[in-house]
Design a protein around this ligand. Sequence first.
Ligand code: OGA
Ligand code: CA
Ligand code: CA
Ligand code: FE2
Length: 476
Amino acid sequence: MTDNQENTDAEDASPSGSPTLPLRPPCDRLPCHKSSVCSRSYFVVVMVFFHVYIINVIALLFYVHYSSGQEDASSSSDAPTGGGQPQRSEARRPSPSKPDFVRDVSLTRIEGIRVGHVQKVSLVPGRVHEMKTLSLKPLLFEIPGFLSEDECRVVMQLAQLKGLMESQLMVQEGQEELAKELDLSPEEIFNLLDINQDGQLQLHEILTHSRVRDGIWLTPENLREIYDGLKADKDGDGLLSQEEFRLLSSDAFQRFLLERGVKRSQLVRNSRHTWLYQGKGAHRVLQEIKERVTRLTRLPAALVDLSEPLQVVRYEEGGHYHAHHDSGPTSCRYITVLFYLNSVDGGGETAFPVADNRTYDEVSLIQNDVDLMDTRRNCDKSNLRVKPTKGMAVFWYNYLSDGRGWVGEQDEYALHGGCVVTRGTKWVANKWINVDPDYQRQARYQQLVSQLPDDENDDDLPSNADVQNPSIHQDL
Ligand code: OGA
Ligand code: CA
Ligand code: CA
Ligand code: FE2
């Protein structure tokens, strides 16, 4: 044992100081020293390896130098190179600069931690606000006392001064054209609506896809009335077969609704509203609210500056807004900040029917004639309701994150509506923060606006600087 150990030690020890360490032991075992041919070939092999190694290192250095030179050249010119030569695009492809840039300028998402979690936020000098997490799906917070009583009063007065208009007109034109545009046969429509494919249309199957007709909100009772009026459900089983469905052509449907007359309470939205500009020159209170929203959301000031004006809404007694998504294909509203400008005497809560539901299923929003999106009837069945309290703000994200710091998928749980006001009036204001889901387009837009020779844009200078110097966004 000891001998063996000594032997191995000796073997290990002998080449330890030598630079040709890995090559020598096999050579020692061979009778190399006895043949000069062997030692020469050994030398040749070593030299070949050595040269190949050196050449590799030099080639690598050249490659690194060459590709970083290309990168510098491409990033130093902002203008697109246009020509699109394959050689150039190949040289650019390994460049990580573009995706990394997108990640640098990311949209802050405030952490909800858990429902009921309260975090302190600094929104106005010398005062600390408390922000409570109301739900995680959607990510929703409330901030009591976000606006002072005076600020609430000023916003309502400014809105009245400007004049409010009907949020929804009674009769909406153009629906007929839409039906023609669809270009689907009654059979095709029937098959699309028949979710469970049982060859019959249940009430909820029709309502799931066509709750709103000509701006009118249909309830299961309305639909039954329409069946009766048009004598569509011949066998009176409450279901529509293919043949029965044909009698309910969209024309007849529309004519029936118009003949019957429409009440305000049947509209999707029963309120009046106006828009208040918040840029330079606007009332001090409006500008301050915008700045406070920037601090609250921790988003780049330029994003908030370029968003829609403040929408002020007034609901009379009996007013409501059925459940909806604030954002859609035509306007990307990343965040909604909703302010309550007064405390409502009765009703008027903001309802989130599916907040923090385990799952979301559009079809199960209507079950057994209970339509969770109907805020005149079923607010009590909503998962979450926020009571309007003067000065309080709630805000939520209408989109999930894409995981890379920009806008991802729309958050279906952000479905919400205004419950019917049972006593008094209700005043709210909406501040929507618009973000283009396409980051590059957003960047181009901001850059364009910042370059406008707009002398009223003085106070936008910091935001322009943000746009021109992306590094400012990095610590957001
Ligand atoms: C809205 C809205 C809710 C409410 O105006 O988009 O959802 O409580 N309002 O008034
Ligand atoms: Ca069916
Ligand atoms: Ca039937
Ligand atoms: Fe809304």
